[in-house]
Write a protein that binds this ligand. Structure first.
Ligand code: NAP
Length: 467
């Protein structure tokens, strides 16, 4: 039997290996080519950390059975839901899982605080901060999930709401102070702790209810960062290095992702959290004048078949229609015709970063045909056709030219610079931000109305017919 200190060293070493696996996994997830293996590397790290923790934690066999049972139930639910979820529903699934992480961190804090054994003030402070962040993230993520799933359809807003939220925040912080200072223990302890968690949970709900459903992906990313932070704090409480490192990495990655999304939408985080963007269709910004000109698929197909260079811009509509396989079929046909085809991906096309890359990868589109905004924007000028498939805001030239537009300043794909533009969408509906699109009425733009999947199928027939 190895000595206690050997076990301790082995445990810490295993945590270090697990942490290294998380980091390698994350690194690999940053490219679609290596993303799947990245998930596996991180998964192996997670299994290692879990096994080591279970093996060396010295729990009673009853507790061990409870933990293993929970892992089995959670694992099965995650496996089944992960297999079934549609790509367009991914943001709410992330919200739900993320909320669970925050809730788990808060639960650890609750156990530590309720147990009430002699803790140093540092220990108490860290547990309390982690409990606070984890609770806010838990309840906030559940509301975000409910909004994206359509279970909550209205954004609750009323006068004085920000003051009410501020009051809830101050009461929560006050209760946290009472817990940390030991005043709560003198008053019996438990009521202060229970109230603290109740108010922290209420804060997550109150903060998230007024935010427009349209802004939820950014909010989810923020809660993801907070969950990571909460897990990191609770890692200190449990003296678990794997949790500290994994939590910090998730916190940092979530913060970067939140920043990236806000930047790509040209919004500040404050604006996302405290304004009602995208809620009304009267978002203003000077309505677009001019009329949209329709085109038949047969004419569009001929135009494309005789082009030299086509840039395809996919958006949310392609995801909804699940048109990616047809799009790849069309692309191959065009390449066979000697047309140079590229894909242009905006960082927030669709409903989460990477949304389009994943769909195109799923359809088998090679990565070297896919470019991001910075790489491809200068190339639109040399394109004969920009084919926009269910994208809207990410190609709205008002973001570049119209100062009064709500999306002014948002970086966009310069599809309007192409010689011809064909836009596939079902009708005259607006995009995510609820504003009209100046691209759709330009002289060189033609609208191919219809569901993306059937419109692309018609284009395939037309290109074939063109010989
Ligand atoms: P979008 O602005 O939401 O526009 C999508 C367009 O697709 C709509 O105009 C719609 O027009 C069309 N459409 C819907 N269903 C369709 C179907 N079955 N077939 C064909 N067309 C269909 O999408 P986007 O250009 O991809 O821009 C993404 C937006 O989401 C941006 O405003 C971005 O800021 C926001 N956002 C993205 C993220 C992210 O991380 N990706 C996060 C938060 C917010 P019709 O109704 O006329 O068909």
């Amino acid at each position: 039997m190895p000595s206690a200190s050997t076990i301790q060293s082995l445990t810490q070493l295993s945590y270090l290996v697990a942490a290294a696996l998380f980091i390698v996994g994350l690194k690999r997830m940053s490219s679609p080519v290596t993303a799947v293996s990245g998930v596996r590397w991180a998964g192996v790290g997670m299994v290692l950390a879990t096994v080591v923790t279970l093996g060396f934690m010295g729990a009673s066999s009853f507790n061990l059975m409870l933990v293993i049972g929970s892992i089995a139930v959670g694992g099965i639910v995650a496996w089944v839901s992960g297999k079934r979820v549609a790509m367009t529903d991914m943001p709410q699934m992330i919200a739900l899982y993320n909320g669970m992480g925050g809730g788990a961190a808060a639960a650890i804090a609750a156990v530590e605080l309720y147990r009430g054994s002699e803790h140093s003030i540092t220990h108490l402070t860290i547990a309390t901060i982690g409990g606070f962040i984890g609770s806010v993230s838990f309840s906030g993520s559940l509301i975000a999930f409910a909004k994206l799933q359509g279970l909550i359809t209205k954004s609750v807003r009323f006068g004085g709401q920000k003051f009410m939220n501020l009051a809830i925040l101050l009461v929560t912080l006050g209760l946290g102070f009472i817990i940390v200072s030991g005043l709560g223990a003198q008053a019996g302890g438990l009521p202060a702790i229970s109230l603290f968690f109740a108010f922290a949970l209420a804060l997550g709900v109150a903060m998230t209810l007024p935010i427009g459903g349209a802004d939820m992906p950014v909010v989810i990313s923020l809660y993801n960062a907070l969950t990571g932070l909460a897990v990191g704090f609770e890692g200190f409480v449990l003296d678990n290095a794997a949790m500290i490192i994994a939590g910090t990495v998730v916190g940092a990655a979530g913060t970067l992702l939140t920043q990236l999304m806000a930047k790509a939408m040209n919004r500040s985080l404050g604006n996302v959290l405290f304004s009602n963007f995208g809620e009304s269709s009267s978002a203003g910004g000077g309505s677009v004048t001019g009329t949209q000109k329709a085109i038949e698929a047969s004419d569009g197909g001929v135009m494309m078949a005789y082009s030299q260079k086509i840039i395809i811009v996919p958006g949310y509509g392609m995801a909804v229609a699940q048109a990616q396989h047809k799009v790849w079929e069309l692309t191959q046909l065009l390449i066979d015709h000697g047309v140079k085809v590229r894909f242009a991906i905006h960082p927030v096309a669709g409903r989460m970063p990477g949304h389009m890359n994943v769909l195109l990868a799923e359809a088998g589109v090679p990565y070297d045909l896919i470019s991001d905004l910075d790489e491809i924007n200068a190339e639109f000028e040399t394109a004969d056709v920009a084919l926009i498939i269910g994208a809207n805001d990410v190609v709205n030239p008002d973001a570049r030219a119209n100062r009064s537009s709500p999306i002014f300043g948002m970086p966009i794909l310069n599809a309007d610079k192409a010689k011809n533009v064909i836009v596939i969408k079902r009708g005259q509906g607006q995009g995510f931000s609820g504003i009209d699109n100046a691209l759709f009425v330009l002289d060189q733009t033609r609208m191919l109305y219809g569901d993306a999947q059937s419109a692309v199928s018609q284009l395939i027939q037309a290109v074939k017919a063109a010989g």
